[in-house]
Design a protein around this ligand. Structure first.
Ligand code: NDP
Ligand code: 2IT
Length: 446
């Protein structure tokens, strides 16, 4: 790293103590910006880096609620409004016991560049809570969501900050939060949240968008290298929203998904994962992936989620969580002949894993580019809400595909321009950064 970039990085670590995931995300972006700063001294003069690593606003709040037994519970709520240069803050809400400032900041920081890559006018933000929806009744989840929104509502709005789902937040939670927002505001601001139900302003294909988008961009990368999903063996980690619709699209394109997982372990089905079973267990029953064996006793279950990367495959799609694929896992994938890795999750590969993948010339598309289909379709939902209109599934899907192909082209072209052909990490980081940085210059020191 150049001295200047290193100084900025040192300050980020000092000013945000103990936030390892945030440090990791910032370091990865700053490292790829070195050639940009060599070429463009104006960004340094305008203090872009110093400003871009500091959230515009950070909100932390108490979320009290009462469980089914009448006990008072207290969780912590977060919304980090990171950057509004190119549009209203936009990004999901994560409900998971591991949530703390470092996780929300890493996700919010990634979101700035991801959102810029979509080509839509959306800034970067993220939020959530350390609330664990697992094992909670619908009533408990509703009361939690209402309490969470009772504070959050004053910070968000269709032109200010537009949350959506992420881990632990899906259609059910968005519904409860929208209901409470509407009640407090006495205003049906459809565009205040995305991932809504189809009866009340949601967009067709938003549920599928992140998983489909991931497969569209990996498919584009494979095609660019004279390959395709047809006949390929694929491993998908996770079995939530992103994993399910990535699996569906891989199967549609003729690939065979042989393993999926949850935090308890993974299921290996050499004949191909039966997605109907996974969807019933996860979307309807909110159960555990090991229950797959009750319907398909011929499959295997291994009670170690990270061991999923020992399953031999051509394409690996990590779709669960950050740092779920480490250096050893990457080495195993390479030894087993993997040809491509696409990140459905945010930052699922550790920096050491990325190095192994890139050193071995494995095709690799980072999360910022690869999982941008979700937020891009959220932006399409906002457009429909602003127009009081609803598009068909096909209209949205065609736009989503187009956006993913464009992201691939932009990242490849930018990498090439900066002398790093094929390096989509550099390409995505630089392209996303340039759009935001140029805008920050246009808008002055704010
Ligand atoms: P879901 O809550 O629907 O599913 C999450 C899946 O990941 C579950 O199978 C879950 O298992 C597993 N998982 C979560 N935490 C861990 C952990 N610590 N260790 C192992 N497995 C874990 O979330 P999504 O599918 O929406 O999100 C998955 C990833 O994709 C996240 O990184 C998210 O940030 C990213 N993403 C999501 C988008 C979206 O539109 N939803 C858009 C872009 C990125 P278990 O049930 O056992 O916890
Ligand atoms: O990480 C992400 O991009 C998301 N969770 C989706 C955010 C959104 O606003 O749709």
């Amino acid at each position: 790293m150049s001295n200047y970039i290193e100084e900025v990085m040192t300050k980020v670590v000092e000013r945000n103590p103990g936030e390892a995931e945030f440090h990791q995300a910032v370091k990865e972006v700053l490292e790829s910006l070195e050639p940009v700063f060599e070429k463009h001294p104006e960004y340094r003069e305008a203090g872009i880096l110093e400003r871009i690593v500091e959230p515009e606003r950070q909100i932390i709040f108490r979320v009290p609620w009462v469980d089914d037994e009448g006990n008072v519970k207290v969780n912590r709520g977060f919304r980090i409004e990171f950057n509004s240069a190119i549009g209203p803050y936009k990004g999901g809400l994560r409900f998971h016991p591991s949530v703390y400032t470092g996780i929300i900041k890493f996700l919010g920081f990634e979101q700035i560049f991801k959102n810029a890559l979509t080509g839509r006018p959306i800034g970067g933000g993220k939020g959530g809570s350390d609330f664990d929806p697992k094992g909670k009744s619908d009533g408990e989840v509703m009361r939690f969501c209402q309490s969470f929104m009772t504070e959050l509502y004053r910070h968000i709005g269709p032109n200010t900050d537009v949350p959506a789902g992420d881990i632990g937040v899906g259609g059910r939670e968005i519904g409860y939060m929208f209901g409470q927002y509407k009640r407090i505001k006495n205003s049906f601001d459809a565009g205040v949240l995305t991932g809504k139900g189809l009866n009340w302003g949601g967009s067709l294909a938003r549920t599928e968008a992140t998983g489909y988008g991931l497969v569209y961009i990996v498919d584009e990368m494979l095609k660019d290298n004279s390959q395709s999903f047809e006949g390929k063996t694929v491993v998908v980690s996770g079995s939530g929203n992103v994993a399910i619709y990535a699996t569906q699209k891989v199967q549609e394109l003729g690939g065979k998904v042989v393993a999926v997982s949850d935090s308890g372990g993974y299921v290996y089905d050499p004949e191909g994962i039966k997605l109907d079973t996974v969807r019933r267990i996860k979307e309807v029953e909110r159960g555990r992936i090991k229950e797959y064996l009750e319907s398909h006793p011929e499959a295997e279950y291994v009670a170690d989620s990270t061991a999923i990367w020992n399953v031999k495959c051509d394409v690996a799609l990590p779709c669960a969580t950050q740092n779920e694929l480490d250096e050893d896992a990457a080495k195993t994938l390479v030894e087993n002949g993997v040809i491509a890795v696409g990140e459905g999750a945010n930052m699922p590969c550790t920096p050491e894993a990325v190095e192994v993948i890139q050193d071995n010339s494995i095709l690799y598309v980072p999360g910022k580019a690869a999982n941008a289909g979700g937020v891009a379709t959220s932006a399409l939902e906002m457009t429909q809400n602003a127009m009081w209109d609803a598009w068909t599934f096909e209209e949205v899907d065609v736009k989503l595909k187009d956006i993913m192909v464009n992201i691939y082209k932009t990242a490849s072209k930018t990498a090439k321009e900066y002398g790093m052909e094929g390096d989509l990490v550099a390409g995505a980081n630089i392209a996303g950064f340039l759009k935001v940085a140029d805008t920050m210059i246009d808008q002055g020191v704010i």
